[in-house]
Design a protein around this ligand. Structure first.
Ligand SMILES: Cc1cc2nc3c(=O)[nH]c(=O)nc-3n(C[C@H](O)[C@H](O)[C@H](O)COP(=O)(O)OP(=O)(O)OC[C@H]3O[C@@H](n4cnc5c(N)ncnc54)[C@H](O)[C@@H]3O)c2cc1C
Length: 419
């Protein structure tokens, strides 16, 4: 915990920081790591005890990290620890179950070692939180909750409650990485676009009789998309989209009945599914904040955009928020400027606005198109997949998008340090 310290004008205030990050999920922790050790006074506030098994951000869901995300973690020198628990994706196979359309994206065609890597949120969380805790430059205030905050123009005052005691800290910039139900976004009354899909993702892992050969499958079925991602130990991560009405029934199935039901849904491309892990379900919605900056507050990660997991883009988009925000903040700090000033945060918002909108729209479009059983749409999407397969030039932008490599790349995403 920081002792009394001076602000950038030299005035002394109690427990003052340059940057306070609310939320120690994947996005908040990554931002703390990106800016640590550069002279900024940093605090990360997290409601759960660090490393606790109960931390919902770091559960057993499989997360596909795009190649662009791998590059950011390489620049942050976290990649060796993540690679040790990750499985590469050499190919993405997209098909419409029971129909003719299929297209394949291959790492070799894109000249990259892998299109992405799959890791569980829990394992990624261990790597991130271990690094955060080992870094003296980051004050971890946890378990602690932000109960109130006020932006008075010059600073943001943040009230936090720890062990029943309320303290106040101050900062020049507050980053709200407090997830899809962000209380900070809500207190600011930031308008959002929100859509409930009426679907939930049932998540688990299965072990097929045939090796996955590092292929990730996206299969579109009449009740919604199914993703099967290659994991370590010959397992595959399952993201099975089911209608909300059916979730309880699916979760109530015993192992054998679940495997049989999932086999019917996915087919036999990988032989028979033998073992299955613990199941959990996530209600699916789209949420996009129409502003990601308000005064001295930046809203990042799921707090700014929560996506359908069909294309595995949620965290990948969030870490690019982190890379861009870290860059504008560091540029301002290194120049001796106020890191929470309007022009600094405007730069961030302008930079991220188009990509956030495009990825949210593309993901939403995919989720709707591929959940729709209407015959004309089914024919159209199969023709689309087929055309893509026959026109390699058309696949390239799709693959670059899936790898998170479209648009202006922040330094960290290019493997370049912040300075
Ligand atoms: C089934 C499923 C599969 C997915 N698959 C992929 C994938 O393959 N690839 C991909 O890129 N993304 C994927 N995602 C999306 C990804 O999981 C999220 O985008 C990512 O976890 C968001 O991280 P975050 O840090 O923004 O938010 P969160 O993980 O929600 O973290 C927010 C943190 O803030 C803390 N907090 C909240 N309020 C307060 C407060 N007042 N005070 C203190 N702390 C607070 C919470 O405790 C929490 O730790 C998937 C999501 C789901 C549901």
């Amino acid at each position: 915990m920081a002792a009394d310290s001076g602000n950038r004008d030299g005035a002394q205030t109690a427990t003052d920081y340059d940057l306070v990050i609310v939320g120690g999920g994947m996005v908040g922790a990554s931002l703390a790591i990106a800016l640590a050790g550069r002279g900024l006074r940093l605090a990360m506030i997290e409601a759960h005890p660090p490393g606790a098994d109960s931390q919902p951000s770091y559960d057993d869901r499989g997360i596909a990290l795009a190649y662009g995300t791998q590059r950011i973690f390489e620049a942050l020198q976290l990649w060796p620890a993540i690679a040790a628990v990750a499985e590469p994706i050499a190919e993405i196979h997209v098909s419409d179950r029971g129909h003719f359309g299929v297209t394949r994206l291959r790492a070799v065609d894109e000249g990259v070692p892998a299109l992405g890597q799959v890791v569980t949120a829990r394992e990624l969380g261990h790597v991130l939180i271990e690094r955060v805790l080992a870094d003296d430059a980051i004050d971890v205030l946890a378990p602690a909750r932000v109960v109130d905050f006020a932006d008075d123009g010059d600073r943001v005052r943040v009230e936090i409650e720890r062990n029943g005691v309320v303290d106040e800290i101050g900062c020049f910039l507050l980053a709200a990485a407090d997830g899809g139900n962000s209380a900070i976004r809500e207190q600011l009354d930031v308008p959002v676009t929100r859509w409930e899909y009426g679907q939930s993702a049932v998540v688990t892992n299965v072990t097929p009789t045939q090796p996955h050969a590092n292929v990730a499958y996206e299969r579109f079925t009449d009740t919604g998309p199914v993703a099967l991602l290659p994991m370590t130990e010959r397992r595959c991560a399952v993201v099975w989209t089911v209608r909300d009405d059916d979730v309880d029934d699916v979760l109530a199935l015993d192992d054998d009945a679940f495997l049989a039901a999932f086999q019917r849904r996915f087919g036999h491309r990988l032989g028979r599914f033998r073992r299955v892990g613990r199941r959990s379900a996530y209600p699916l919605s789209l949420l996009r904040a129409r502003e990601s900056v308000r005064g001295r507050i930046a809203i990042i990660g799921n707090a700014a955009h929560t996506l359908h997991p069909i294309a595995g883009q949620g965290f990948n988009l969030g870490i690019r928020d982190v890379a861009a925000l870290a860059e504008v903040v560091w540029d301002a700090f290194a120049a001796g400027d106020d890191i929470g000033a309007g022009d600094v945060l405007d730069r961030y918002e302008r930079w991220r606005r188009t990509e956030q909108r495009n990825v949210a729209l593309a993901t939403d479009g995919l989720a709707r198109l591929f959940s729709n059983p209407l015959a004309p749409l089914r024919v159209a999407r199969n023709l689309g997949l087929l055309a893509m397969e026959c026109l390699p030039a058309a696949k390239h932008p799709l693959a670059r998008g899936a790898m998170g490599m479209l648009g202006r790349q922040p330094k960290l995403a290019r493997g370049v340090p912040l300075d």
